[in-house]
Design a protein around this ligand. Sequence first.
Ligand SMILES: [Zn+2]
Length: 372
Amino acid sequence: MRTHLTLGRLLGVPIGLNWGVVAVCVLLFWSLANVSLPNVAPAHPTSAYWFAGVVGVIAFMLSLVGHELGHSYVAQRNDVHVVEITLWLFGGVAKLEGEADDPGAEFRIAAAGPLASGVIAVIAGGAAFWLNVSDGNRVLFGLLAWLAAINVVLAVSNLLPAFPLDGGRMLRSFLWRRSHRKAPATRLASMIGQILAVALVVAGLALGFRSSWWTGAWTAALGLFLFTAARAEWSAAQAQPELLSESVATIARQLPEPLHPTASVADLERELTQNPGAPFVPRVDERGEITSVLPREAIRRVPPAHRADVPVRSLDLPLVGLPRVDPNESVADVLARMGQGGQWWAVVVEGGSLTSVVCSEDVETLLEQASV
Ligand SMILES: [Zn+2]
């Protein structure tokens, strides 16, 4: 069974609605129409409270969409694709394809949601203030004040430094920037997330027994949900040292088609544009054997105007002189030989012929997953 239905698209992002949010909407409607509004604006017909209750629930859902669109907008500006936004029990979730690849982008994406909620709170609060001083409609005042308050709650609760909440993501990006390593930062942030989640459950139970069982139950449920999410992130970020004993062939990159001796630097440029991950293009000699490679950075030595006329031969790096690895070597062995931290690549040679290439970025990524 599908867990949610799709409502439509905003900024090119599909917006979905989880069935659980319907329950929240009914509860919000009930508390708004039967408790909050009659308290703030007494002596109005029930139909006015009910109408305002429906408007309030719709405004609440739009607030959730606004929060998530804040994330999505900044994500898209940082080249992170947004697959879908789903509104559900505890708010909204913007499903991103992949993650930001630098801590600054992650921080901005995470902060944008609470910021959007804050902006909605200020607008609603400002309008409520204006209605109050100008003796405007009391029901509308109550509705706007409630909307401002719920957006403040949304912004503040999401700013809890408990990964994977927005505040936890901001905390992770801070730790990540300081250590330059994402996996340990994720482990620490999601550990703090689990501790805060347990604290929320305890606080919820205490609150439930001592004063309001209703607020207590919500707080405890939020804590449980947060614990599950933080625990999942924590497990996913665990060190996997066994990755380092895998053969280097598993992270080797495919090579582009070799170029012929008559090819020009412009041909090389085209080939590299089509293969953005390749550090070089192999070149065959007159007998059809790969004897040299044409590195990406060498293109810069030829001015663009001459690239169609200059033969690629002038950029040759002979295969014999290049660092090479055997496909059966382990990643750990290659790392020990090539060193950590620097930019490098090594050709993979199998049975005397060039088959693929190992790049330092891929080794670093694996090291990141393996790291302890
Ligand atoms: Zn958020």
